[in-house]
Design a protein around this ligand. Structure first.
Ligand code: ADP
Length: 256
């Protein structure tokens, strides 16, 4: 696979093991600017590990990651150089992560959670950060909850705050790790609607999810993983057409 500099995300030959368990077997991936790519596959196939490897929340054993033009090559058993550490820091800033479990600071209000990175990482003055944060809360339909603490928000609202927090840093890509799996079914649509809006606005998104309706309506491409490898990487239409492989048909039969 060649590295297209227009790609927002490129990963090549990503290997990862935990102890004796090989979890990723040399995964290649490319996401264009503005693309929405959904990663599906059975539990334990390495979806989360792949996503976390892209912004170094997991340290890949070897391979290459490039996000927003910043490239990091990892060689087995070689400690990061100070240059690589700086590049990883940059990649983290350019890629927001939205977790299944929201990961909001419980002692901070919604707006404080959203602007924390702006103030502490980017050094933006609090007044300007608050203005930007309020606009982002508005975008996820929660400006009226700006001063609420997470304990007083529903799971769906917490996840929308987490998305606003991700957007605050003006990321090049948002990595979503099963953003609705921890939510009661009736709270999922609010989150998925926000994600659809982002997709429509041209945000580059990589989404691990089992939400077939979301994937059908918002994804440009579906990547299907099994046992640490990508088995299919195709247009959403093709993936859901029933014309792929018996294994994918079987998987879809289970998640529908
Ligand atoms: P998925 O997201 O597809 O469910 P994961 O990436 O979470 O898959 O996990 C892939 C495999 O790696 C699983 O066998 C899981 O048990 C293992 N694994 C994930 N994280 C760790 C960890 N921190 N330590 C040990 N094993 C892990």
């Amino acid at each position: 696979m060649s590295i297209d500099m227009n790609n927002t995300v490129t990963a090549r030959g990503i290997h990862k093991r935990f102890g004796d368990t090989k979890v990723l077997h040399g995964v290649d991936l490319a996401v264009d600017k503005g693309e929405v790519v959904v990663i599906m596959g059975p539990s334990g196939s390495g979806k989360t590990t792949l996503l976390r490897s892209l912004n170094f929340l997991e340290q890949p054993d070897s391979g290459m990651v490039q996000i927003a033009g910043i490239q990091v090559n990892i060689a087995e058993n070689t400690p990061y150089t100070s240059r690589q550490k700086k590049d990883i820091e940059q990649i983290r800033r350019k890629s927001a992560m939205v977790f299944q479990s929201f990961n909001l600071f419980p002692h901070m209000t919604a707006i404080a959670n959203v602007i924390e990175g702006l103030v502490s990482v980017q050094g933006m003055p609090v007044k300007a950060a608050r203005e930007k944060g309020l606009a982002l809360l508005e975008r996820v339909g929660l400006s009226h909850k700006a001063d609420a603490y997470p304990a007083h928000l529903s799971g769906g609202q917490k996840q929308r705050v987490a998305i606003a927090r991700g957007l605050a840093m003006d990321p090049e890509v948002i990595l979503f790790d099963e953003p609705t799996s921890a939510l009661d079914p009736e709270l999922r649509d609010g989150v998925l609607d926000v994600m659809r809006d982002l997709a429509r606005d041209g945000m580059t998104m990589l989404v691990v999810t089992h939400e077939v309706r979301f994937a059908k309506s918002a994804a440009n491409r579906i990547i299907f993983m099994e046992q640490g490898a990508i088995l299919a990487d195709c247009a959403a239409e093709t993936f859901f057409s029933g014309q792929t492989t018996p294994r994918i048909a079987q998987f879809l039969g289970q998640v529908r």
